[in-house]
Design a protein around this ligand. Structure first.
Ligand code: ATP
Length: 281
């Protein structure tokens, strides 16, 4: 049985007054974006997010404030975008992920990613999970590792009798859990999730949220979400980003970063307070 709190406990906690801050844990990722550009467009500035081990960190804020950009910076997914340039650093266990000697493919081996739309490959359920393992020339027992990953993503019982069926034959929620199984198969330490529930119905969303809470016992998770209730339900830490429109720009920046309970119950900045209250979107 999991000793982690369930969603209902978290909601209860959020309705209680804010007491002492959560104890600090080891920082696994230290992401500091001084300035980030797409071509001449300054998309993000002054955003510093320390991500602590075995926690869920949420990025929230209005559309276009740079949440996905900041998340993609962490495992160098932005490198694939033409014109991307950034000043700052991303340290993973003290090592600079943007050091010239670091291979971005290797970065993604340790820092996996799950996307907004479930995107299983056009292959069997088994091969979807085995794909990254084969790519990395996995030397162990492939079947055992696939089963372990599917169990880890709380999907094993639903698919164990049809591992040869196409990954695309699953429901949307199952497909997203298959993508999570694929992401954890190579045993990354960190999982980045960009709006992982936005294409799912409320029941599948709740299932994935419960799964995230289970997964944080083993992984460190960072998530982008538009859904404030989701951030409140699952995240330990939350960063609120906003858009600076002064000087004719539209540059996202971090307004505040704190324990989720503090952000939702007693935020420091008026912008955060207004956003949480739904005074602007
Ligand atoms: N590939 C790209 N090329 C150019 N500009 C981009 C690119 N991706 C994002 N941007 C711009 O960077 C800014 C931040 O975008 P980003 O998608 O990170 O924001 P977001 O907060 O995740 O938005 P949303 O909540 O709408 O998904 C936006 O102004 C966006 O138009």
């Amino acid at each position: 049985m999991s000793s982690e709190p369930k969603v209902a406990d978290i909601l209860k906690k959020l309705s209680e007054p804010v007491h002492a801050p959560q104890p600090k844990r080891e920082v696994v990722i230290d992401c500091h974006i001084k300035e980030l550009y797409y071509g001449n467009f300054k998309a993000v500035r002054d955003t510093h997010i320390p991500i602590e081990r075995n926690t869920i960190t949420a990025f929230i804020g209005p559309s276009g404030c740079g949440k996905s950009t900041a998340l993609r910076c962490i495992n160098r997914m932005n490198d694939l975008i033409q014109g991307f340039r950034f000043e700052g650093h991303v340290h993973y266990r003290g090592q600079d992920m943007y050091d010239k000697k670091v291979d971005p493919v290797n970065v993604r081996r340790y820092i996996g990613m799950v996307f907004q739309q479930p995107n299983p490959f056009h292959m069997s359920i088994f091969n979807n999970v085995a794909f990254g393992l084969k790519l990395n020339r996995f030397k162990g027992d492939l079947h055992a590792q696939v089963e372990k990953s599917l169990r880890g993503a709380a999907l094993w019982d639903e698919v164990k009798d049809k591992l040869k069926a196409s990954g695309l034959s699953l429901s949307g929620g199952q497909q997203q859990r298959l993508c999570i199984a694929r992401a954890i198969a190579t045993e990354p330490e960190v999982l980045l999730m960009d709006e992982p529930c936005s294409a799912l119905d409320p029941i599948a969303t709740r299932r994935v949220e419960e799964l995230m809470i289970e997964l944080k016992q083993k992984y460190t998770i960072a998530i982008v979400t538009h859904n404030l209730q989701q951030a409140a339900r699952v995240a330990d830490k939350t960063g609120f980003m906003f858009v600076d429109t002064t000087k004719g720009g539209r540059t996202g920046y971090l307004v505040e970063f704190d324990d989720t309970v503090k952000i939702f119950r007693d935020p420091s900045a008026p912008e955060t307070q207004q956003y949480i209250r739904g005074e602007f979107s």
